[in-house]
Design a protein around this ligand. Structure first.
Ligand code: ADP
Ligand code: MG
Length: 376
């Protein structure tokens, strides 16, 4: 082998570097396998969520006939049992196969001569395998086997952790849905009850026979009802903002600013300083979009401001976003406990590894948000 064990291990460690999606990591693992194990074909299979199938996630050179295989775990292809239950390597010599081996005829026709499947072992057992295939006699002897098993354990431990954090994200999504429904419910019910109060006042004007007052109440009711429709539309638009993968934070914030300006005829000043191309993770983007939107909704509903300034900067490996209005301000320490907006904004920032603070006074209100930058 061209590379010694230490170099090989280091290469696998590099392959496990953070990536926005897990498939990239799987691909790196088979690429490193191909280079450092000097094999002709490498495949990574993981057992799917319900434990029924081995699903292929990545291949280096997928001309190997079994590369498209997604096999049922229960089928016990070849010596799969010893890999799954005993965490053993499956070493195959195609010219002198083990009696239980199932070797694709096509593989032999294509000149493949040997293969090893390495179990990916974790604290909860084997959950996948890395298969390396050769067009020559296996270059590994018995003393190398321990090393291959060790690589399988390191990869297994890492991949298991990576899958767990993916599950965390799914749980977060559920939580996100709950938060959103309480935010929307909260905002809408407050606005609609204000409409109901207006309607009550209009009715009492009618009782009093005060048609002037009635007219002005009905006018206000109309204005307010239109406002509610607009706010709802704004909420829906912000929910539909397409977010996929890590993304450029400046363009996200700028597009919210633009939308808000178009929709409300507000002046929104947008400035940035050294943030071009700064990426934040998909999760952080989702949170940030919701936070910035809530800031603007607050300006709209509470601030009586004429100008909003949004600025972005980069400091100590983090991105700072501030949303400032020139409105009436409020006492931050005396927000009623049943108001959820600011509280949820804080939770959102913290859940993405960031933070949020609000400063308010007679000159207006500023919300400062800080988010971690994604490693590229
Ligand atoms: N930009 C702002 N300008 C003035 N007051 C604000 C601003 N943002 C928030 N507030 C005040 O803080 C309170 C709490 O805000 P929030 O937690 O978002 O709840 P909600 O918007 O549902 O009332 C608001 O009711 C309002 O009194
Ligand atoms: Mg609010």
């Amino acid at each position: 082998m061209k590379h010694d064990r230490f170099e090989t291990l280091v290469a696998f460690c590099d392959a496990m570097e953070w990536a926005a999606d897990t498939e990239t990591v799987y691909q790196r693992i088979v690429d490193v396998s191909s280079e450092y194990f000097e094999c002709d074909s490498a495949h990574l299979h993981l057992i799917d969520i319900d434990g029924k199938r081995f699903v292929r996630h990545a291949s280096h050179d997928d001309t190997y006939p079994a590369s498209k295989w997604n096999m049922p775990v229960t089928m016990n292809v070849g010596r799969m049992n010893s890999l799954m239950n005993a965490g053993e390597l499956i070493v195959m010599d195609y010219e002198r196969p083990h009696e239980e081996d199932v070797i694709p005829v096509k593989a032999i026709e294509l000149g493949y001569k040997s293969a090893i499947s390495i179990p990916l072992d974790s604290s909860s057992g084997v959950f996948g395998m890395l298969t390396i295939v050769y067009k020559r006699v296996l270059p590994w002897d018995d003393s190398d086997r321990e090393f291959l098993l060790a690589i399988g354990r390191v990869l297994g431990m890492f991949l298991q952790r990576m899958q767990m954090s993916k599950k965390d994200v799914e749980l977060q999504m559920l939580r996100e849905r709950k938060q959103l429904s309480s935010e929307i419910h909260d905002n809408v019910s407050q606005m609609v009850s204000a409409l109901a109060i207006r309607a009550d006042i209009a009715l009492s004007c009618l009782d009093d026979g005060d048609t002037d007052a009635l007219e002005s109440e009905l006018e206000s009711l109309g204005v307010q009802a239109r406002q509610v429709t607009k706010i709802l539309r704004e909420e829906m638009l912000s929910l539909r903002m397409p977010i996929e993968g890590a993304g450029d934070v400046a363009s996200d914030v700028e597009s919210i600013a633009k939308r808000f300006e178009d929709q409300w005829g507000f002046e929104v000043r947008f400035t940035q300083e050294g943030v071009e191309g700064t990426m934040i993770s998909e999760y952080a983007r989702l949170q940030l979009v919701r936070i910035v939107n809530e800031c603007l909704q607050n300006v709209l509903r509470h601030a009586r401001a004429t100008v909003v300034e949004m600025s972005l900067a980069r400091r100590n490996g983090r991105v700072l976003i501030s949303v400032r209005d020139n409105g009436i301000g409020f006492d931050v320490s005396r927000v009623a406990p049943e108001r959820l907006g600011i509280r949820i904004m804080r939770e959102r920032a913290a859940s993405a590894g960031g933070s949020l603070s609000v400063v308010s006074g007679a000159q207006g209100t500023t919300v400062f948000i800080e988010m971690p930058i994604a490693k590229s």
